[in-house]
Design a binder for this molecule. Structure first.
Ligand SMILES: Cc1cc2nc3c(=O)[nH]c(=O)nc-3n(C[C@H](O)[C@H](O)[C@H](O)COP(=O)(O)OP(=O)(O)OC[C@H]3O[C@@H](n4cnc5c(N)ncnc54)[C@H](O)[C@@H]3O)c2cc1C
Length: 441
């Protein structure tokens, strides 16, 4: 595998620590009180921090871009900041090795220069690759899985001070694919990329009933298919994207959650505006795949500011079997008729292929995602939980987890096997935090 220059730094060479061996020496030595913050520049910084936390009986947790809509990245122990651990280490054909702190957007820029692309990814370019992998971040395509589905190998720093190279096909790899940092710190990710491609994205507004009628056909006809639903206006705005030739002049896409959809949703809820001209949403964009798939380029601090301003909002993304998507949406539609003021935004709708990652919401089944934004007033969250638990839902680990730990445990056939692997790798809970403890992970 050849070393190449990359994102923010110069050429990087071989990774220094032998795979699977204890690290002989840690910079800084033993420390009674590990530092609260460590800025990681190389893998040995991760090893040193993990070992210091373990020896002090403390905890450690890697931070990505803090884009998750819950507390999964917080810790009372040591926070590892990976924003300077952000380079592409090697490119060999379509196989690309990346440090965990690189953002998806920065990776896309390097890949684009080499004529490569990730097969799919989430809409936010600001997520780090390790953070996005750890939470099972996904795009909208029944032909592609969540981001971890594109990974060939992971390098994991474990609580006992080893570095494990986990390859696709091994049981530990399937546990580690979506593991919320509980098994160790993801040091590097090896992606299986594809040749860069261009997409034409067609946007239009359709009545809710027609969306339901055509959902299965349209989801399978297009390589990428996502939507936002404004229940009170009984309209769904769809985004269908397929491969095309590179355009002479790219046309940028519109975001799903944009000012227009937000205002229409608000007017529809508050003023009873039940219709708007569908032509407002007739639009076609043609662009390189990374721009179509990741249109949200906000930096982390903007996301934090937005979170502060909307601190009473919750964002939860439920995952249900794609085969039952129409029934689930119909049940949700009936439920929302009695809760029209609880939502703050339109509802995001997407699908993903199934996979074999133990904690993936897509484990063993094609999955349909329902992304809801709401205020926690009047017990709405509790009734919503009841609805989705009855529907057998799982949920996105990087958003508000609106389902109970007991329910979640029952939805994942590999839950106990995952927990056993976690106990074996980290018996003292060096990587645990209140979020993971809440779910017994
Ligand atoms: C604007 C916006 C748009 C979004 N769009 C989508 C979308 O389209 N699809 C989707 O699925 N999600 C989406 N999300 C959710 C987001 O992709 C995930 O929450 C993702 O985890 C954020 O990445 P991050 O780098 O901010 O991770 P963080 O939030 O910082 O961390 C997430 C988890 O990963 C752990 N972690 C981070 N780095 C490591 C590491 N090196 N080793 C081990 N564990 C680690 C953290 O401790 C934490 O538990 C969106 C979020 C935002 C803010």
């Amino acid at each position: 595998m050849s070393a190449r220059p990359s994102g923010s730094g110069s050429a990087e060479h071989a990774i220094p620590v032998p795979v699977g061996l204890p690290v002989p020496e840690v910079r800084g030595g033993r420390t009674a009180r590990p530092p609260r913050h460590v800025r990681v520049r190389e893998e040995r910084d991760i090893l040193a921090a993990v070992r210091a936390a373990r020896d002090a009986g403390s905890t450690v947790r890697a931070l990505g871009s803090a884009g998750s809509k819950n507390d999964c990245f917080r810790t009372g122990g040591t926070t590892l900041h990976l924003d300077r651990y952000d380079r592409v280490l090697a490119i060999d054909g379509t196989r690309v090795v990346v440090q965990g702190g690189m953002t998806v957007g920065a990776l896309n820029a390097v890949l684009g220069r080499h004529g490569l692309a990730l097969p799919t990814h989430g809409e936010w370019a600001g997520a780090t690759v390790a953070g996005a992998v750890a939470t099972g971040t996904h795009g909208g395509s029944l032909r592609h899985g969540i981001l971890p589905s594109s990974i060939a190998a992971l390098r994991l720093v474990t609580a006992d001070g080893r570095v494990l190279e986990l390859n696709r096909g091994s049981e530990l790899f399937e546990h580690a694919g979506v593991s919320l940092g509980t098994l160790g710190v993801i040091s590097t990710v090896t992606f299986d990329c594809v040749t860069r491609f261009h997409l034409e994205l067609v946007m239009r507004a359709v009545p809710f009933d027609r969306y339901l009628r055509d959902l299965d056909v349209e989801s399978r006809r297009h390589e990428f298919y996502s939507a936002v639903w404004i229940p009170t206006a009984r309209r769904v705005i769809t985004f269908a994207a397929d491969r095309t030739d590179p355009p002479a002049t790219p046309v940028r896409r519109r975001e799903r959650f944009c000012g227009t959809t937000f205002v229409l949703s608000l007017l529809s809820r508050r003023l009873g505006l039940h219709a708007f001209p569908d032509r407002w949403f007739r639009h076609a964009a043609v662009d390189a795949c990374e721009h179509i798939l990741s249109p949200i380029r906000d930096r982390s601090h903007r996301v934090q500011l937005f979170r502060l301003l909307s601190s009473d909002w919750k964002a939860a993304e439920f995952a249900v079997p794609a085969a039952g998507a129409v029934e689930t949406l119909s049940a949700l539609d009936a439920f929302l008729a009695g809760h029209r003021h609880a939502l703050t935004n339109p509802i995001g709708l997407r699908a993903s292929a199934g996979d074999g990652f133990s904690l993936s919401p897509c484990y063993g089944q094609e999955t349909f995602w329902i992304d809801l934004f709401f205020t926690g007033q009047n017990g709405f969250a509790t009734t919503l939980r009841g609805l989705f638990e009855d529907l057998g839902a799982r949920c996105h680990w990087g958003k508000h987890v609106a389902l109970s730990p007991e329910h979640l445990q029952r939805q994942y056939p590999r839950w106990d096997a995952f927990r056993a692997a976690r106990r074996a790798l980290d018996p003292a809970g060096v990587f645990a935090n209140p979020f993971t403890r809440r779910f017994g992970l």
